[in-house]
Write a protein that binds this ligand. Sequence first.
Ligand SMILES: [Zn+2]
Length: 51
Amino acid sequence: MKHSTGEAAGKGNYRCILCSEIIILKEDSEKLPACPRCDSTKWIKTDSNPE
Ligand SMILES: [Zn+2]
């Protein structure tokens, strides 16, 4: 399922569709940023844990 920058998509891990950067939202109210690496605005929720 795809999500966009500015969307409060719920806490969890999101992977950038372009460069595979992983970001983590820690609160359900937190909004997705633009990708810090490639500036993409599209994310896919992922269960993989970067730790
Ligand atoms: Zn990216």
